[in-house]
Design a protein around this ligand. Sequence first.
Ligand code: M6R
Length: 606
Amino acid sequence: MCGIIGCAAEGGEVASLLHRGLKRLEYRGYDSAGMATISEARIYVKKDSGKIDEIHQRLNFDNMPGSIGIAHTRWATHGAPTQVNAHPQLDCEDKIAIVHNGIIENFLELKEELIERKHVFRSRTDTEVIAHQIEENLRSGKDFLQAFFSAVKRLKGSYALAIISSHEPGKIFFARNESPLVIGLGDGVNFVASDVAAFIERTRRVIFLDNGDAGYITPREIRIYKLESGIEVKKRIIELEWTIEMAEKSGYPHFTLKEINEQPYTLREALRAQEKYLDLLAEFLDRARNVFLVAAGTSHNACVAGSYMFSKVAMLNATPVIASEFIENYGKSIGIDTVILAVSQSGETADVLAAVDHARMRAATVLGITNVVGSTLTRVSRAYVLQNSGPEIGVAATKTFTAQLTVLAQLALTLARKRGKLAQYEIDEFREELERLPELMKRAIEISHDPIKSLAKKLADAKSIFFLGRGASYATAREARLKVMELSYIPCIAYPAGESKHGPISVIEEGYPVFFIAPNDSTRKNVIGNMMEMKARGAEIYCVGTEGDQELRGISDWWLGLPSIHEALSPIIYIVPFQFLAYYLAIERGHDPDKPRNLAKSVTVQ
Ligand code: M6R
């Protein structure tokens, strides 16, 4: 998730407007930044790796000439965070400069074609192909708008684009597919940006663009077309009443709530994990004698779900281990035929890195799944896959958990193919389920929000809450416990539902809240038995099951039905009500959900 802004202004103040906008977008990415402006039909570029303030101190963004410009703050997905990979990216002749948020899935294919046509690439980004493709189209005699439209039509993936060119020095061209893009309409100044925060100081009049929209802005003109048909469209101008603070959170009161709601988008980006790296990881995993999934906190809960996926889909045993316990428990038994798959959002968690160091010393192979390119984990792993979630500002992991699971699921599928463990129709079904995830996530959010918000009022004074599930839903129960506990500070318990009768059930007394995660899968029948055990001892039963399950609904005191989904994928969708529950319990109890006490986003001590 990067941040882009384009600004077309009458007068010469564009550099400072871009710079201020960029600062407001910094929460979307902060490993490198850059800016390009046009003056007297020449493009000027400043860019580097590092934070915006550091780069500004070195290069001074504010003295860039001209009244048309674009800028970018980056969260790397393709190519390390270096000066050359920072945006804007340019064509061969430095006549087209482009900033991009999203992932171009077919960039390698396009790049090969363009290299054959003698284009010279400077970066390792997916974005650079777009500049060269436009340049190529111009060579064949198209005007700029046509060259731009034809180039964009060839792209597969997600993009929000802003482009300037000395061929058309008075305009900023834009296009959108699956990455947010909004136009800001000022007086003698127009903007196009990833979100309203970038320009809210200057205007609250906006047009939200849809997928397939493309066009251009000048200081006084806005032209929007449907990319496919080339037909011009008129869009509604909305007058927002947001404060600057609200704009940074896209209108939500907290980052945590924004991040929960942005999961349909982040799942789509997670589904764009690069196939060649998934293949590489699957190759190592397939050859290993022992596989350990090593992580901490929420990432560990993702590993618990991941081990179910690997076992159910690829028939591979992978042991999930809490990172801080790894060396004590398994340190002496690992060797050259062991693979450690370390999962860490930040890629910097000290417990994970200690386990990884130990494994490397014993010649084991280390693989990684992370959200941060250039993090320590990416440097010490033989191979890694990115989860593409963009920065997560809320301390509690929400969107990064479901993205990790989505990457693990793709890896399980790649492994299943390689190992020949599934029939073709099963592979096809699983792939289709994966593709439905963003839509299912959207529905789960819509279904869960209101009932959970009211439930949080009822449970706000609970002394303790119990979470139970079987199979993959045990992972959901664990993550539900962690989320609710860290945001509401209510002590919580999570157990495999079948284990509860071996001790934990003794805590149950009249009215004790017990949540069951009970999707319609192979564990459902046994879960009913566990529910009856709890009910008989006076527990109040709260059940999250599959829509239409009248039997479970009848047994429960409170019920929420979510869409049906492949059982190995259910934690991705069934965690949603608990993310909302954690958030609204924090609100009800007067805590700041974005900054729970005693916690840090990245725990870099052992
Ligand atoms: O960056 P990592 O994924 O390695 O972080 C692991 C944990 O510190 C993290 O998940 C933590 O448990 C969060 N507070 C969960 O919300």
